[in-house]
Structure formats: structure tokens, C-alpha cells
Design a binder for this molecule. Sequence first.
Ligand code: URA
Ligand code: SF4
Length: 211
Amino acid sequence: MATEDDYTAQPFVPDHGGLAALREAAAGCRGCPLHRNATQTVFGAGKATARVMLVGEQPGDQEDRQGRPFVGPAGKLLDRALAEAGMDPADTYVTNAVKHFKFTQAEPRKRRIHKAPTLREMTACGPWLAAELALVEPELIVVLGATAGKALLGSSFRVTEVRGTVLEREIHGRPERLVPTVHPSAVLRAEDREGAYRGLVSDLKTAAQAL
Ligand code: URA
Ligand code: SF4
């Protein structure tokens, strides 16, 4: 019998056909149970020629409805911060560690509340992120928050220890450069929102300069 440890997107990932083929195949992914309650797969967005890959956690309520990453409140804030840091949106490919929205809901038709993905779900979804990395081959990865950090750098990742620095790590057999920062949703929740926003912009400037 299949156990939870068997969760994986791997059999759904095509080995040719580029980003378009990946996106199409991801729409039918059943690699873990998160597809059951979500509206649709939210795959990465941007060109294969992008120089920077931004990796978030998972789609939120708006992303789940619209089918595109970072189109809700956190995405709006991220767009503003990227512009302020001088990063060209045409140079960015935006995606998430997990491609389906995970939420709790007290009752049907009540507000859907974001729930953090488990390590198991992150691991199951990992083959999609690995395939995106292999195709886009970004010069730099911007790691948005703890979930993306754990997905890319392992469970010992602590955003406060490494944010705003350029890390060099081997990921899926490729040497990568990464700049971790906080998740834009954390900025929206912060008590000192302006200070948190400044911190995000400062880290993104470090990323822009590392290009
Ligand atoms: N938060 C994320 O991590 N990703 C999104 O796409 C939206 C909100
Ligand atoms: Fe597949 Fe990832 Fe969705 Fe799970 S979360 S069903 S692994 S795309």
C-alpha cells in the first residue's frame, strides 16, 4: 500500500518540451494530496531566459483562483519592492516551492486560511522546482522566506542567519548562487511594517547588485 512517504511529483514531470510542457503537465499533478482541495496548480511564471528566479512558499487564495503566482497582496508588495531595488520584472521568473494552495476552512464558503506545507509536501513538489531550475538556469535565486529556504537548502535553513547575503551552494547537482530574504507575507504581518519592508528592499538590492 502507498504511504505518505511515496508522495512525489516525479512521475508527472516530463523530460522534454521546455517550460510550456512542464506547466501543462503540472496542471495534472497528483503527486501529493494538496491537489484535492485546491482550485488548480499554480506553476511558475516568467521566461526561460530570466536571469533571476524568485522562489516563494505556495500559492495563496488569490493565486489559487487566478492560477498565477504572486498576484495577491504579497505579490503586490513584492512587485513594489523589486521595482524599488531596481530589478527588471522581465528578468525574473517567479515560482513557489509548493504548487498547490494549502488551507483550512472553518465551513464551506468561509474564508480560506493559509496553512504551511509540511516537509513531506515540499519534498513531493520538489521535482517541479528542480525542473524549473534546470530549464531557466538562473544566474541568481532569491529565496523568499523559510519554506523556500528549507526546500532549496535543507531543513537547517534559518532566514535570519543568512538573509541579505550571497550564498553559493550545489543544488540538484548544479552550482547556484542564492540570496535569501524574508517572505513578503511576513512584511505584511510585521508589527514594524515599514522597517520590514525596508529590510526586504535592502536584501533585493543585494541580489540586484550580485547580478
Ligand atoms: N505567497 C507565496 O509564497 N507565493 C505566492 O504565489 C503568493 C503568496
Ligand atoms: Fe503535485 Fe506539488 Fe500539487 Fe502536490 S503540491 S499535487 S506535488 S503540484
